[in-house]
Design a protein around this ligand. Sequence first.
Ligand SMILES: *Cc1c(COP(=O)(O)O)cnc(C)c1O
Length: 421
Amino acid sequence: MPPTYEASLEYALYQDNTDKLFSFRERFLFPQHNGADVRYFCGNSLGLQPKSVSYLMDKELRDWARYGVEVHFKAAYPWFSYHHFFAERLARITGAGKDEVVAMNTLTVNLHLLMLSFYRPQGKRYKILMEAGAFPSDQYAIETQVRMHGLDPDEAIIEITPQNGAYLIEDVDIINAIEEAGDSLALVVIGGVNYYTGQFFDLAEITKAAHKAGAYAGFDLAHAVGNLPLRLHDWNVDFACWCSYKYLNSGPGGVGGAFVHERHSNDPKLFRLGGWWGNEEKTRFKMQKGFVPQKGAASWQMSNAPVFNMVAHNASLDIFDKAGIDNLREKSRKLTGYMAFLLAQVKHLPFDVITPTEPERRGCQLSLLFTDRGREVFDALTAIGIIADWREPNVIRIAPVPLYNTFEDCYRFYEVLMKIK
Ligand SMILES: *Cc1c(COP(=O)(O)O)cnc(C)c1O
């Protein structure tokens, strides 16, 4: 049974009062507007700062001061092993084995490193299939990878566009295009949740189709990780990468992540660029010739862990562990469902919600496409301390995030829209 929603403040407050995850918002710092917390709908763009970050950052600084080089072994979280502290928690969020994930670098860098392994055009199998209108960084990465192999992007990249003037790309259109590309196809790269529309793709079915065509499937999970529970291992995904500063609240430029399915990561014949941190740990300091990749996704690491850049990630993943990704998803479905319900009551403003209506095909985010008056609505929201995201020329994106958004936030958003004549 879908929940029965009501467009009233009493209803929203009652939902907040009975929400088991309500108190998690206390763990975050909110920007202020006229002396009060803003209503923050931009967790899909930059997640809020966990309150524990400044204490934990200070602790790392003090450990460094106190121990100097011995910090590598004597710190509370020894720096030598720092990257190991993330694997289990990332594995829970992404549905992976702990050796299949690693916290390293940043998203676009990881996409390049993984494409160096998984995009190896050969003979007539050289094409990459992606969604049209992908995030610019992904477009640039794929374009330049293709050029690196001496190929022409116009010829080698297949872009899937929405059919018949729609905004969304149907999974079946991607799957049909994969079948059609057949043995010319080397790789499929899709944004797991589209940053613009909020659409969640069927990663399992896309992967299955890619494999049937003899190609690999990799996903950019920038807008999926920490937003929806993922099952990367079971879905048989070949590789994935993500950033941590959106739903994972790990700070601007925070450490990214990568997944490589164990059938690949434990195959030493699969090429990967080497660095000392990807080498087998027991011979890492022997300073010998010959790169021997360690087990798992960790073998794609190059350098030692950027500890200060991982502190917020550490703090945030603890919060995810306490809340539980499945609990968060349950609340998220209800919360975003409530927002969608409220928006459907607004008849006098010219917008459509272009995000899929089915909860299975979206995460937190809803995207409102205006034919007119979009900027006016956005400014009215900002004026009373509701932070949304404006995309030129005419889209407002909002993400009610289950860790720190409330049903009241959604109601207040709706109230602003209703007050505009
Ligand atoms: C946010 C985002 C990025 C950002 O990449 P960085 O390398 O972390 O700057 C890339 N791809 C998508 C789809 C994104 O949403």
